[in-house]
Design a protein around this ligand. Structure first.
Ligand SMILES: [Mg+2]
Length: 193
């Protein structure tokens, strides 16, 4: 019998695609094409050359109620999480600033899973609340699955082990013995086994 682990999982660009619909929204509104590979940071005001307020308006559009319930899954995310949830406890830990519909969408897709959903502060929009590292420590999370450089570095700084999914915006993340860079969910599953 393997040990039951507490696994923290970020939502956007880990479970659900976020940057792709954001780039589509940006193109629609501003008429400019920016490719996925060009998103070298989650600092979207710099990437898009617009204000934070305008970025937040674009993000709000991605998380409209009818869209949140139909977001696309990242490759292998859904089946991997369902598989992990058979033996481990899943905690979705997200810094989403538009939260409406989040729990409902997770309940729809992971209804057979006994997961928990926790919201953290958001370092980009500078919202209040506990950081992901603080939440992970309080819950006794064994490791966190992340794509954000800022969240990953903060977790590692609080002694939380992180699987960092390789993305254009986290290439320059500091290396650390507790930071395990992986190409995709398949690699995470191999490493957990
Ligand atoms: Mg994310």
């Amino acid at each position: 019998m393997e040990n039951k682990l507490k696994i923290g999982i970020d939502l956007d660009d880990v479970v659900f695609e976020f940057v792709n619909p954001l780039l589509e929204g940006y193109k629609e509104k501003y008429g400019k094409d920016i490719s996925f590979e060009e998103v070298f940071s989650y600092n979207f005001p710099t990437i898009f050359n617009i204000s934070l307020k305008e970025v937040i308006d674009l993000i709000e559009d991605v998380f409209k109620k009818e869209k949140v319930e139909n977001m696309s899954f990242c490759e292998f995310s859904k089946e991997s999480i369902l598989d992990l949830s058979k033996n481990h406890k899943i905690y979705f830990i997200t810094s989403r600033i538009f939260r409406e519909g989040t729990l409902e969408s997770l309940e729809k897709f992971f209804f057979e899973t006994n997961f928990e959903l926790v919201f953290s502060s958001n370092p980009y929009a500078k919202t209040n609340g506990k950081t992901k590292g603080e939440i992970c420590n309080e819950l006794g999370i064994d490791f966190m699955i992340e794509d954000s450089k800022e969240h990953a570095e903060e977790c590692v700084g609080k002694n939380i082990k992180v699987f960092l999914l390789d993305k254009p915006w986290n290439k320059n993340t500091e290396s650390h013995e507790n930071m395990i860079r992986v190409k995709n969910w398949r690699e995470i599953m191999e490493k957990i086994r």
